[in-house]
Design a protein around this ligand. Structure first.
Ligand SMILES: [Fe+2]
Ligand SMILES: [Fe+2]
Length: 361
């Protein structure tokens, strides 16, 4: 299996990271035009053929909300209050607390990290918006076209709400990380609706559900809680679309096609995991006196590292890939070696919002 971004791989301690130099990242950000071949597909069947997708589409219609008027933007995100617990929720404040830094510095680092993480999610939302637009063209059934169209509206709202939250409450939208740009471009240029669905709807939506669920559970700020709760409910429907669609795809696939999808999924998840927040640590390192590579080495030395690291993957993506038969003995040990998979294959069971989205009535 050839690794994505192989030329930017290097060892930091025991772990192989992806570390793209700043000049290359700048060049990646400047690539605004992406050639994305797309097969448009007509269908003449307007009645429902895929009952569970039609039900999801109905659920999507009922779940619409308005990012400007349904959110109480007058709620503050005060600089002198913790919006997440000081330790255990974000990397930098936990680290600085260990280093004996004062409360104010740790809180400032928490804000910087939140702005950075939400910015990356924001760029991901823009990619989801564009890929779902492609899916309305490429999907085969009218049910899938309807559903993808309703997701386009969801993703536009997510871009809107995250951009507003960052601009109004945090101040800075940070540019996209290099690894993320490469992976999102891969999905945008993926040749078939099947690979786009697997990549965006199963992998990225699954990771997003994991991150949003974690933030929602830990948030101490009413505005942040409300925004995340709303976005997460939508993302759960999107993840459900991925699972429902891929279940049918998997049933019709040959062993070779299954192996190809298994490799595709592994390569994307492995690369997503391989940056280990180096981009962010390099950006804020000088401000807080943090040595990025040292942090990677230190966290990897922790006995609980695989558990901590795998949390966002074990939440939704890994269990779903196992259920679909897209993590087999061939790749399971690789996922485990890289700290993406830990403990039971099915993790904590299906996310409640995702499960609710998959019910037909
Ligand atoms: Fe989204
Ligand atoms: Fe989404």
């Amino acid at each position: 299996m050839e690794k994505i971004l192989a030329e930017f791989r290097k060892q930091v301690g025991e772990f192989e990271v992806v570390d793209i130099d700043e000049a290359r990242i700048e060049a990646l950000r400047a690539e605004l035009d992406v050639q994305a071949p797309l097969n448009l597909r007509w269908t003449w069947t307007y009645g429902s053929e895929v009952e569970e997708l039609r039900a999801l589409y109905e659920r999507g219609k009922r779940g619409q909300w308005n990012a400007e008027t349904d959110i109480d933007w007058s709620l503050p995100l005060p600089e002198d209050e913790w919006f997440l617990p000081r330790e255990g929720a974000l990397l930098m404040p936990s680290l600085l607390t260990l280093m004996g830094k004062d409360e104010e510095t740790c809180r400032a680092a928490a804000r910087d990290e939140l702005a950075y993480v939400l910015s990356q999610l924001l760029h991901g939302e823009q990619a989801a918006l564009q890929i779902c637009g492609q899916l309305t063209n490429a999907c085969v059934s009218m049910d899938a076209k309807f559903y993808a169209a309703s997701q386009v509206a969801d993703e536009a709202r997510h871009v809107e709400v995250l951009a507003k939250f960052i601009e109004r409450k945090l101040g800075t939208v940070y540019p996209i990380g290099g690894t993320l740009k490469v992976l999102l471009d891969k999905l945008l240029t993926a040749p078939t609706w099947k690979s786009k669905t697997l990549g965006m709807q199963c992998l990225f939506e699954g990771v997003a559900v994991g991150i949003f669920d974690d933030l929602q559970k830990k948030s101490l700020n009413p505005l942040l809680s409300d925004m995340i709760r709303r976005v997460k409910q939508d993302e759960a429907r999107h993840a459900a679309f991925g699972i429902l669609t891929m279940r049918r795809v998997v049933k019709e696939s040959t062993p070779d096609e299954m192996a190809e999808m298994e490799d595709f999924a592994y390569n994307i998840i492995e690369t997503l995991n391989a940056n280990q927040q180096l981009d962010m640590l390099r950006l804020f390192g000088p401000k807080y006196g943090i040595d990025a590579e040292m942090v990677v080495q230190m966290t990897h030395a922790l006995p609980e590292w695989p558990k901590l690291n795998s949390d966002m993957f074990m939440h939704t993506v890994v269990p779903n890939l196992c259920r679909l038969g897209l993590i087999t003995e061939r790749t399971e040990s690789l996922y485990r070696e890289r700290g993406i998979m830990w403990g039971d294959r099915f993790g904590m069971g299906l996310d409640e919002d995702v499960a609710k989205s998959m019910v037909t009535n």
